[in-house]
Design a protein around this ligand. Structure first.
Ligand code: DC
Length: 202
């Protein structure tokens, strides 16, 4: 039997960290679906047409630190608003979710569109200020300078684009469990997510 954990939420709320930890805890496979859109965004920045890039994506395209830049994140958020790009990526995500050892997928529309029948749906969020501060700390750890105001503006712009688009906008599924990580440590947030999964896994 398949067992799918859908983790959605805005950028820098902690869903990637939580998804990786939940997958490791239960021995499930993990897919960061943002990487699919980032890989398409990177190809578009290199001159490709968005839909063709999405159709031609291979697992090798999902590797590499180059997908982590702000420029690629912006491009990803833009190509993610194109219905044909989203449609081209559905089958890969659903096949991954159906793995027999169970799967954790994190993104924006996993609980609402990709896996509406997922056994566990978590919506991980945090205040924009808190997410901007985390981004700033992440950048500082890599030796990259930034200002809080600039990063907060980027966070708000990406939130607006992701939640206001017509196709598969960022929003919690009606039956999602909300997990606000603003005042939680990573350990606390992971422990809550693990408890939700354990309660439904039996
Ligand atoms: O999670 P991330 O920052 O890597 O995602 C990059 C962009 O991809 C994000 O701004 C919106 C888009 N995205 C999406 O539309 N649907 C998903 N399931 C995952 C990401």
């Amino acid at each position: 039997m398949t067992f799918t954990v859908a983790i959605d939420g805005p950028a820098a709320a902690g869903k990637g960290t939580i998804a990786r930890a939940v997958a490791a805890h239960f021995g499930m496979a993990h897919l960061d679906t943002g990487l699919l859109y980032r890989a398409v965004g990177a190809k578009v920045l290199a001159g490709a047409a968005p839909e063709a890039a999405a159709r031609a994506l291979t697992p090798d395209d999902l590797k590499g630190e180059a997908l982590r830049t702000q420029a690629v994140a912006e491009a990803a958020s833009k190509v993610a608003a194109i219905p044909e790009v989203r449609a081209a990526l559905v089958a890969f995500q659903r096949t991954f979710a159906a793995r027999s050892d169970g799967a954790v997928l994190d993104g924006r529309d996993i609980g609402t569109v990709i896996c509406p029948a997922a056994q566990v749906k978590l919506y991980v969020t945090a205040s924009p200020e808190c997410r901007a501060q985390r981004r700033l700390d992440e950048l500082a750890a890599k030796g990259i300078a930034g200002t809080f105001e600039t990063i907060l503006a980027e966070v708000r712009a990406r939130d607006a684009r992701d939640s206001e688009r017509a196709t598969a906008p960022l929003k919690p599924a009606a039956d999602a469990v909300m997990l606000d990580t603003s005042d939680l440590s990573i350990e606390e947030a992971v422990a809550r997510a693990v408890a939700e999964v354990a309660a439904r896994r039996g």
